[in-house]
Write a protein that binds this ligand. Structure first.
Ligand code: PLP
Length: 463
């Protein structure tokens, strides 16, 4: 037993492998479909967009994959990240629950995203790629990739969702500091962007639109590949270093395994990062740790969407993936948690949710900021607006424990700080944040537009 507030690991205790949950899933994720023919596609179809090594990881069934030494060397600039016991918060909430949080905001760009940006840039460099294109919503992913590309001397083109481009100039400058080229999306550099601008010149943009642009640029240029900051299997796997470290740290602190693990949910990467190593214990050792994804009420794909094949982007260029989705044409409201404004969820996460291995809840942005501000006042760190959603889930769990007279152990993934998101906090303090929940009609309208194959139709075809 120890009273440590901050539980650290030495650099040489950093995990040496990523954990691939597909190995332990009873139902493996279904294959992607070709966007045109809607037939199942193999990994080779992804070759124009990604380097071979990442494609191999995307379809790998190996349980653990070694982290290259060069990647671990860059990780060591900020990893292992600290795990904190939130004693002040426990006191403030007057709870007997134990609250821990894993803090990923210590990375150079301030979130968990470099955990995958670095290996992605590394494998591209190894295969001779000269330029990587990508999209960014809140700017977190773009800055992580800009940092990672600079580390391996690759050019980086970032398509940044327009509302964030306008609202978050500092994120843009961060990317430029690391040498990236940043374009507001939709842009007139791509056919996808031109088409959307013609329909609605004032569109705030969305992650889906920006993905279309970045994919188009990579697909049409020989020396250029594309990189995605969430959703895909290999991206989720790279994040599993978070949960593996957390397990070691809880052990070091003499703490119990958590009863609940909470993380905010955009496309699933930081949730996967903290949750999968704990799900590994559920799947292989019979533990019953509950992993809960916190999504915004304005983009509630896990709690109100359907499990169906859908495009990753808005225009319909990407392969169709089996996912919980609100439909690829759904444009979420302009909430401040830009990283959560996405219509779908990764294939692994979706299969796990369909099979009942994980849970999800939707949090309104007002509730999320109320919780985030209290967290900051207790623990000092100002959470990213995305992370506030999971902080609010912790607050709900604390309330529930009080009602039930229990003292659970709660683990939160504090996946990023909010130091570049002060405009969002300003709007919150000015009373400008409205509760925002989709009406049943809005959900039905969004789902009604989906015309992509159902899961069942593909399962039947595969036999
Ligand atoms: C990108 C981002 C998210 C959402 O993406 P996931 O892939 O779901 O993790 C959440 N929080 C922060 C801080 C982010 O940068």
């Amino acid at each position: 037993m120890t009273d440590s507030r901050k539980i650290t690991l030495h650099e040489n205790e950093m995990p040496t492998h990523w954990y691939n949950i597909i190995h332990d899933m009873p139902n493996k994720p279904l294959p992607p479909l070709n966007p045109a023919t809607r037939e199942p596609i193999g990994p080779e179809a992804l070759a124009p967009l990604f380097p071979m090594e990442l494609i191999k990881q995307e379809v790998s069934q190996e349980q653990f994959i070694e982290i290259p030494e060069e990647v671990r060397d860059i990780y060591a600039m900020w990893r292992p990240t600290p795990l904190f016991r939130a004693r002040n918060l426990e006191k403030m909430l007057d709870t007997s629950a134990k609250i821990y949080y894993k803090y990923e905001g210590v990375s150079p760009s301030g979130s968990h995203k470099p955990n995958t940006a670095v290996p992605q840039a590394y494998y591209n460099m190894k295969e001779g790629v000269k330029r990587i294109t990508t999209e960014t919503g809140a700017g977190q992913w773009g800055s992580a990739l800009s940092f990672a590309c600079k580390a391996f001397d690759i050019e980086c083109d970032v398509y940044m969702v327009r509302i964030s481009f306008d609202q978050k100039p500092y994120r843009k400058m961060m990317m430029q500091t690391w040498g990236a080229n940043v374009f507001p999306s939709p842009s007139d550099r791509t056919q996808a962007g031109q088409k959307i601008l013609a329909d609605d010149p004032n569109t705030p943009g969305s992650l889906g639109i920006a993905i279309s642009e970045a994919v188009e640029m990579a697909a049409t240029r020989e020396d250029t590949k594309y990189s995605l900051g969430s959703v895909l299997n290999h991206v989720l796997m790279h994040q599993t270093i978070i949960g593996q470290e957390a397990i070691k740290q809880l052990e070091k602190a003499g703490a119990d395994l958590p009863d609940y693990v909470f993380a905010p949910f955009g496309g699933g990467s930081n949730f996967a990062g903290i949750a999968f190593p704990f799900l590994h214990l559920n799947l292989t050792e019979g533990k019953t740790i509950q992993c809960i994804a916190s999504e915004p009420t304005s983009a509630p794909k896990l709690t109100r969407g359907v499990f169906r094949y859908d495009f990753g982007d808005t225009v319909g260029m990407t392969p169709l993936l089996p996912m919980y989705t609100l439909g690829h044409t759904f444009v979420p409201a302009k909430i401040h948690a830009g990283g959560l404004r996405y219509h779908g969820a990764g294939a692994i996460i979706s299969q796990l949710l369909a099979d009942g291995f994980i849970g999800a809840e939707a949090i309104d942005q007002l509730e999320s900021f109320e919780a985030g501000v209290q967290f900051a006042q207790a623990e000092g760190i100002i959470p990213a607006p995305e992370a506030n959603h999971a902080v609010a889930s912790v607050f709900r769990a604390v309330e529930k424990a009080k009602e039930e007279g229990t003292s659970p152990t709660l683990l939160l993934n504090l996946c990023g700080h909010g130091n570049f998101d002060m405009l969002a906090y300003q709007d919150y303090f000015a009373g400008k944040l409205e509760p925002h929940e989709l009406s049943q009609n809005e959900v039905e309208e969004a789902l009604g537009k989906i015309d992509t194959p159902t899961i069942k139709s593909v399962v039947d075809k595969l036999g």
